[in-house]
Design a protein around this ligand. Structure first.
Ligand code: NAD
Length: 360
């Protein structure tokens, strides 16, 4: 298979972790007989330095022309960096928002997987963790209250603020289809999360999700209220496979789910739109405090590359190979500094990439 990948290394640890992800993809090319062609694209602080804006039209066009986009991270030290004394639309992170919008990425997928070897980092009790959990949060990314009309006005001397939460059925249908498609590649269970006891938008959400479910008879569907879901995530996380939810609920629940895995350096993410083109990036930021020191954990980016193979290119076997190699290396006791524990071998960014590459 021949695929064109736009690579946005970005700022801070971005270039280091993306180099390791490309190292892994190169092993996949050799082993499974594929060809990945890379196009380096500037975004974030580095694009500001070169072009004066965080994302140029040309860079966005390059991303659109590719089969998928692999991103490290953008941004600098917010308190100190030269990139922050300007209006928000010219800061590094604005490039990311423009990219997501330009590629019409409406579905955000964040897996929350607890590795056996990292169980001690999980803040939950052993009897709750059991044999671990493995879920994904499928969050709607371009609608809902974050994109509705908002205003603040003074009425009779009292300040009043309004944010409008709107969804139409097409917006709900397209994310629901993505959620069920992903469940079909996993344990075939969808938990749709809403607040249908109170909100009209949630009642529409539930109706449309029920309609979509009819096309997926092999997927078990349950509905859960968001307050209950927040509780169930820490009470019985093993019950979840795919959590399907709207923008704000997903924002909050995905952070909760990632927290119970215990390590930000391990968490990948994907954002998908109407086509197979997706944006794949680690959940963490550019970590300027550790940039250039060969200590960053590259695993979240490597696992994001695995998601790209699975969701954009339908290369499940290849994605499995990467995920198994990561598990193997952790099992053998190799750790970057962020997940280091007693009795393990501490390795740097490059060494972690080499080890995973060898295990594939
Ligand atoms: P961060 O995720 O970059 O770092 C938080 C902490 O986690 C730091 O101590 C860092 O050293 C550590 N860390 C993060 N990733 C790590 C890794 N792979 N290995 C080891 N340790 C890791 O969050 P922050 O400090 O709030 O933000 C730093 C910059 O990143 C800011 O400019 C922010 O705007 C930007 N940011 C970018 C993205 C993105 O590009 N998608 C996301 C979040 C934050």
């Amino acid at each position: 298979m021949d695929k064109k990948i736009a690579v946005i290394a970005g700022d801070g640890i971005g270039p280091e972790i993306v180099t390791e992800a490309k190292k892994i993809l190169s092993v996949i090319e050799d082993k499974f007989n594929h060809r990945f062609e890379y196009k380096e694209v500037l975004m974030g602080g580095i694009s500001i330095d070169v072009h004066g804006v965080p994302l140029t039209d040309e860079a966005l066009e390059e991303a659109k022309k590719s089969d998928s986009v692999l991103l490290g991270a953008v941004g600098g030290d917010v308190g100190n960096s030269k990139w922050y004394g300007v209006e928000p639309s010219l800061r590094p992170e604005a490039g990311l928002l423009a990219l997501r919008k330009g590629l019409e990425l409406f579905a955000n997928i964040r897996p929350a997987y607890l590795y056996d070897e990292l169980k001690s980092a999980c803040p939950l009790r052993d009897d709750i963790i059991g044999d671990g959990f493995d879920m994904v949060i499928m969050r709607e990314l371009t609608g809902g209250i974050y994109f509705g009309e908002r205003n603040t006005q003074e009425v009779n001397g009292i300040l009043k603020a309004t944010d409008i939460l709107t969804y139409d059925e097409e917006e709900i249908r397209r994310i629901a289809i993505r959620g069920f498609d992903i469940a079909m590649k996993r344990k075939k269970k969808v938990t749709s999360v809403d607040k249908a006891n109170v909100l009209d938008s949630s009642r529409l959400w539930r109706k449309v999700v029920n309609e979509v479910a009819k096309d997926y008879p092999n997927v078990e569907l349950e509905h859960m209220l968001v307050d209950n879901c927040a509780m169930q995530l820490v009470k019985h996380p093993r019950q979840f496979d795919v959590i399907l939810t709207e923008n704000m609920f997903g924002d909050i629940l995905s952070d909760e789910a990632s927290m119970i895995t215990g390590s930000i350096g391990m968490l990948s993410s994907a954002s998908l739109g109407k086509t197979k083109l997706g944006l794949y990036e680690p959940s963490h930021g550019s970590a300027p405090d550790i940039a250039g020191q060969n200590v960053a954990n590259p695993i979240a980016t490597i696992l994001s590359a695995a998601m790209m193979l699975r969701y954009s290119f339908d290369l499940d076997q290849e994605a499995d190979a990467i995920e198994s190699a990561v598990k193997q290396v952790l099992k053998e006791g190799y750790r970057t500094i962020d997940i280091m524990s007693q009795g393990c071998n501490q390795v740097g960014t490059k060494e972690m990439g080499d080890l995973i590459a060898k295990r594939i």
